[in-house]
Design a protein around this ligand. Structure first.
Ligand code: AKG
Length: 441
């Protein structure tokens, strides 16, 4: 089936084909409502969860609990994932969608559980109406897969740098000192992992994105002076810096996904505490060391009749937490108090939503919230949704601590996470249809 990108680029396209008509009555579908300034998704400063005083930490835990209960969505700032990495992964994904159709065919995949799959709509083989969306879906943990195109995404073995680079005027040393880490690796001796971040070709930026929380995520291997990065990779890249792991392997997407898992772990610790449990409750109960993580990139090209089309229909997410970023173009709408609300994430933040498995685990206290992606007439929107779930073999059931056989029975029957995903991915994407199948009350 033709990609939506190719269809949208056809010069003669002035209206959408009938098969892309989501509603025939544009009045029913307030697609392009501006975000309501009165309705604000909670914003949570994650640095306070990790580094705050105990009062600040308790306040953030409280905010997390309220956000999960009342919104199912929240925005996190000061998360520690470098903005240059977020931008670079976004650029790489744009590059993927702009590959020629033949190049993308290689990654088409045949089955919903193929580890790399790209395509159009949601499940075009069974859908009667199609969505104005192309996608790339990749399983990135516990095994990391990724397309080897465009080239900025390919792994490479780092070799020591051959030239001295001028560092950004940076907070590198103070940050290291604050963390108690030795300030080694002067530029002439090679660039360690964290400096690959700081020596980005992007213009100098305010320090907020490299605050303490970034350094919190540096592991000893990353400050190994033997791990270098080539200058040409720093200055060229896909408009980006390469990121290295302890073995000298580099892959932007791998690093990005790893950072997100670390943030997800912190957030889930806060959420566990908000449920009255030990901080590592969810991480332990759901075996998050081998958690299943999916990287989804969505492309929504300009649409000549956005009021009739849909990017992604109303649905909830299957996992625990999904991390969403976008290329500065809005389009996400969420259900809140019975109304559709447009949400525009703020730059350098993640919009996080709670998925079906957090609803199950919390026995319905936290709701996975239905959301949709609308399209627009003028701009190409790209969103990245990184879904973090339990391990594939885990059967998640309501936490025993939240169930009382007399007054609060378990509201869901658990099924293996892998089966749950298969059910969602092989059917039409519709509201909370999979969760509805396993409700017990
Ligand atoms: O593009 C968006 O804003 C939403 C993406 C989404 O819901 C998904 O990929 O499941």
């Amino acid at each position: 089936m033709i990609s939506i990108k190719s269809l949208a680029e056809s010069p003669e396209l002035t209206s959408i084909p009938a098969s892309y008509t989501f509603t025939s009555n544009p009045n029913e579908y307030p697609a392009l409502l501006p975000a309501d300034p009165e309705v604000n998704v909670p914003i949570i400063d994650l640095a306070l969860l990790t580094f705050g005083t105990s009062d600040q930490r308790s306040k953030v835990i409280n905010e997390l609990g309220n956000a999960c209960e009342n919104w199912g969505f929240f925005i996190v700032t000061n998360h520690g994932v470098p903005e240059s990495l977020m931008d670079a992964v976004m650029d790489g994904c744009r590059g993927f969608f702009y590959l020629c159709e033949d190049d993308k065919l290689e990654f088409k995949g045949d089955h919903v559980m193929d580890p790399i799959r790209c395509g159009t709509s949601f499940n075009a083989s069974i859908e009667k109406e199609f969505y104005w969306r192309d996608f790339l879906k990749v399983f990135v943990h516990p095994q990391f897969h990724f397309p080897n195109k465009p080239s900025g995404f390919s792994p490479f073995v780092a070799k020591p740098p051959t030239a001295t680079l001028t560092p950004r005027p940076s907070y590198r040393e103070p940050d290291l000192l604050l963390r108690g880490l030795p300030v080694k690796n002067p530029p002439h001796r090679g660039l360690p992992h964290h400096e690959a971040i700081l020596y980005s070709p992007l213009p100098p930026q305010p320090p907020q994105s490299f605050s303490l929380s970034l350094l919190s995520r540096l592991e000893p291997a990353m400050v190994d002076e033997n791990v270098g990065v080539r200058e040409e990779d720093v200055v060229r890249g896909v408009g980006a810096t390469r990121f290295l792991d302890g073995q000298g392997e580099s892959n932007l997407a791998l690093e990005y996904c790893k950072r997100i898992r670390e943030v997800a772990k912190d957030v889930l610790e806060g959420i566990s505490e908000s449920l009255g449990m030990e901080s590592n409750y969810i991480n332990k109960a759901l075996n998050l060391d081998s958690n299943f993580q999916i990287f989804i990139a969505n492309l929504y090209p300009p649409c000549p009749q956005p009021e009739l089309a849909m990017g992604l229909p109303p649905h909830s997410d299957h996992g625990l937490l999904t991390f969403l970023t976008q290329n500065g173009i809005g389009g996400l709408q969420i259900q809140h108090n019975g109304k559709w609300v447009s949400v525009n994430p703020i730059p350098n933040s993640f919009l996080i939503n709670t998925g079906d498995h957090l609803e199950i685990l919390s026995n319905g206290k936290f709701k996975s919230v239905v959301h949709r992606a609308i399209v627009n007439r003028n701009s190409t929107r790209i969103s990245l949704a990184i879904a973090n779930g339990p391990s594939l073999d885990t059967v998640v059931t309501p936490a025993a601590e939240l169930v009382d056989s007399h007054n609060i029975p378990p509201a869901y029957i658990g099924i293996k996470y892998k089966e749950y995903i298969q059910l969602q991915q092989s059917n039409n994407l519709k509201d909370k249809s999979v969760l509805d199948r396993i409700r017990s009350i």
